[in-house]
Design a protein around this ligand. Structure first.
Ligand code: MN
Length: 268
């Protein structure tokens, strides 16, 4: 471990992570995330889980499955250690609700959420709401984020909900195949609007699986947008990581194994 990574771990006050896509079929990723919670998150003051932690979430009654139980217990251990753990739903796990929050000690946030840490005004979002060029997805999002739709869905038996989710996941893979690289990224105007609306100077989001640090100028203010990586530690080379904010106001990008990120692909 180099000195930079050592510093990153000792003084990090807030950690941000998203898009781990936890699922039983990915044991390496699951273990890497649990290691992250145990070794790193439990030593921070705040942990922000910014969506798509789970590959899918069929409803809080599914917390009894052994796999989900294992994840819930690992998150609870972090909140029990005195860390404030915040949750913001993604497009796959937006059905996480109060029962899961109660079982794990997390605080549910709605996006966009503004937090002030170490002198920064930071806006947090999953990132899917800013992919406004993907009209098909935006229509789908409006439907599944509708409270009445969610009530109807959650009233179905768990097995039926899982079947529907399986079909949705297959349909989503099909739909993505026909979409261009640009369409599936965030829209620049949607990002500018979010900076304007929130008057934040830092934005943190995931969803696009295109980890980067982007510099933006808004109203002659320099703004920075951190895009979090997705995780896959079941493939070679393994990937994943998080963003750390230190008490001196600096940010560090850390790889899933705790090593410091070598280079920033700025704007790439
Ligand atoms: Mn997502």
């Amino acid at each position: 471990m180099n000195a930079n990574a050592e510093k990153a771990q000792s003084q990090a006050i807030a950690l941000f992570v998203s898009d781990v896509h936890l699922q039983p079929a990915m044991p390496g990723t699951t273990q890497a995330f649990i290691d992250f919670l145990h070794r790193h998150a439990s030593k921070a003051q705040q942990l922000y889980l910014l969506g798509d932690l789970f590959e899918y979430w069929a409803g809080d009654d599914d917390i009894v499955s052994p796999y989900n139980q294992r994840i819930a217990e690992a998150i609870k251990a972090v909140s029990d250690a005195g860390v404030a753990v915040f949750w913001l739903g993604g497009n796959r796990d937006f059905l996480i609700g109060e029962s899961f929050a109660g079982a794990t000690g997390i605080t549910l946030l709605s996006e966009p959420f503004i937090t002030k840490i170490a002198g920064h005004r930071i806006v947090l979002a999953h990132g899917d709401a800013q992919c406004t060029d993907d009209l098909g997805y935006m229509a789908f999002r409006a439907q599944v984020r509708d409270k009445a739709w969610q009530r109807n869905f959650l009233a179905m038996p768990l097995t039926q909900r899982k079947e529907i989710i399986d079909r949705m996941r297959m349909g989503s893979r099909e739909a993505q195949r026909g979409k261009s690289y640009e369409i599936m990224d965030v829209n620049p105007s949607a990002i500018a609007s979010l900076f304007a609306l929130t008057e934040a100077t830092v934005m943190v989001h995931g969803h696009t699986h295109r980890p980067a640090v982007h510099q933006h100028e808004w109203n002659s203010r320099q703004c920075v947008r951190y895009v979090l990586p997705d995780w896959d530690c079941d493939l070679e080379p393994a990937r994943g990581g998080w963003l750390a904010l230190h008490d001196d106001g600096t940010f560090t990008r850390i790889n899933f194994d705790g090593s410091a990120f070598k280079q920033d692909c700025n704007g790439a």
